[in-house]
Design a protein around this ligand. Structure first.
Ligand code: HSE
Length: 429
């Protein structure tokens, strides 16, 4: 017998309208494959939003009170594409509690309250899917959840923020200033409404939290790891890295070291021949090392109406497929809330370190002694006096542990009038 799932959607913005349009276009194909017809019947919008024509065209009832969706027994699935934490969290909890499946694109919500939401979904025997929350149009979460079942992931490196990748590409290729590159990214609509989350790495950190759950089944929180964005990044460091054969990229990293997890979001030097170096402008790329497949990379648009909406509709199609088979509502992935972190002395990386100091050979001597004292080998990339009369020294270290790096940084920062202006991990080929 033919089934029908009725959907209520929260938000008819860029992604919401895309979801309605894609379902109108692909709904028949989904119905043929799953035996389930997906129909969006209601859309929640804010009073004053002019969506009357769009609603008429797609036979949607516009509503202004969430209860018209969460308390409507005829609605089986709720799609949340309004963003932000509040009131999205309360709305999603209300839907799950009243037995509705939920599809959302909200990475902030999943990263911060995922465990509570997943537990509520499990308790109420409904599915909670959020493929669009990480890397927009790249089907990375379902790939991690389903296609690595016979493999063991050891490292995930992601260019997962389109805004900052666009900015870095424009800075290096067009010589654009940081400010101009940000203004252009905002104009093109890649940035969050408050671009702080983009440029300070917070958006990438939310996605790294979610990727860690999917890669290792381990939960972590954004406060558990270092998050550094590209705010104020100097073009001189980007250009120097380029002369050494590296592209500077904002990388969300999560790796397994022993039985623990090490995560970080920070700008890093990516060798020009590494597949991630080829990810330009607003595109995203997720590079995975695993013991079985070895290396694989997933590339695509990380934002935008159609790519993000396509991921949302795919989640809807999976819910339809589960219904068609009369299966109990499955969850996206299982993860433990117990946190096991890698021991910092076991986490190794080479570093690019740019320093600014008083132009006094004695100070440079002290820094060199600190490096030797902590057994850090390095080579000098630059050593010159700046226009301001300071000495700028840039070194590239051999791999050293997080502990050694921390000791060295603390020692250098104690030296008068000396500061580390940039420190970036150097990725392996
Ligand atoms: N501001 C985000 C980005 C949008 O630039 O990637 C997609 O999450």
């Amino acid at each position: 017998m033919e089934k029908r799932l009725q959907i209520g959607i929260l938000g008819l913005g860029v992604v919401g309208t895309g979801v309605v349009e894609i379902l109108a276009k692909e709904g028949q194909k989904i119905k043929e494959k799953t035996g389930v017809e997906l129909v969006i019947t209601k859309a929640l919008i804010r009073p004053g939003e002019d969506k009357v024509d769009f609603a008429k065209q797609h036979s949607l009832q516009l509503v202004y009170d969430i209860k018209d969706i969460t308390e409507d027994a005829s609605i089986d699935v709720m799609v949340e594409v309004m963003g932000k934490i509040h009131p999205a969290k309360e709305f999603v909890l209300a839907a799950l509690t009243t037995g509705k499946h939920v599809v959302t694109a909200n990475k902030d919500l999943l990263a911060q309250h995922g465990t509570e939401l997943v537990q509520t979904a499990v308790k109420n025997h409904v599915s909670l899917y959020y493929e669009a929350s990480v890397a927009g149009g790249i089907p990375i979460l379902r790939t991690l959840a389903n296609s690595f079942i016979a493999d063991e992931i050891t490292e995930v490196l992601g260019i997962i923020n389109g805004t900052t990748n666009y900015m870095l590409t424009q800075m290096v290729e067009q010589g654009m200033s940081y400010e101009d590159a940000l203004a252009k990214a905002q104009e093109l609509g890649f940035a969050e409404s408050d671009p702080t989350n983009d440029v300070d790495g917070i958006d990438a950190a939310y996605k790294t939290v979610i990727l860690t759950r999917f890669a290792y089944g381990t939960d972590i929180a954004i406060d558990d790891f270092v998050v550094r964005g590209i705010r104020g990044i100097g073009i001189e460091d980007i250009e120097l890295a380029k002369t050494q054969g590296y592209e500077v990229k904002l990388i969300g990293m999560t790796k397994k070291v022993g039985t623990g997890v090490f995560a970080e979001v920070a700008p890093a030097l990516v060798p020009v021949h590494h597949p991630l170096a080829s990810i330009r402008n607003e595109f995203n790329g997720v590079f995975i090392r695993s013991t079985g497949i070895g290396q694989s990379m997933y590339f695509g648009p990380g934002a935008g109406s159609l790519p993000t909406a396509t991921s949302v509709v795919t989640d809807l199609a999976v819910i339809a497929e589960n219904q068609g088979d009369n299966k109990p509502a499955p969850q996206f992935v299982d993860y433990r809330s117990e946190k096991i972190f890698a021991d910092p002395k076991d986490v190794f990386s080479a570093y690019f370190v740019a320093m600014e100091l008083t132009d006094d050979p004695q100070i440079w001597q002290e820094i060199k002694e600190a490096a030797t004292g902590f057994a850090i080998a390095y080579r000098e990339l630059e050593n010159q006096v700046t226009a301001a009369g300071k000495r700028r020294i840039v070194v590239m270290t051999e791999p050293c542990s997080e502990v050694q790096r921390h000791q060295f940084v603390s020692a250098v920062e104690k030296i008068e009038d000396t500061k580390i202006t940039q420190i970036m991990k150097v990725m392996e080929e």
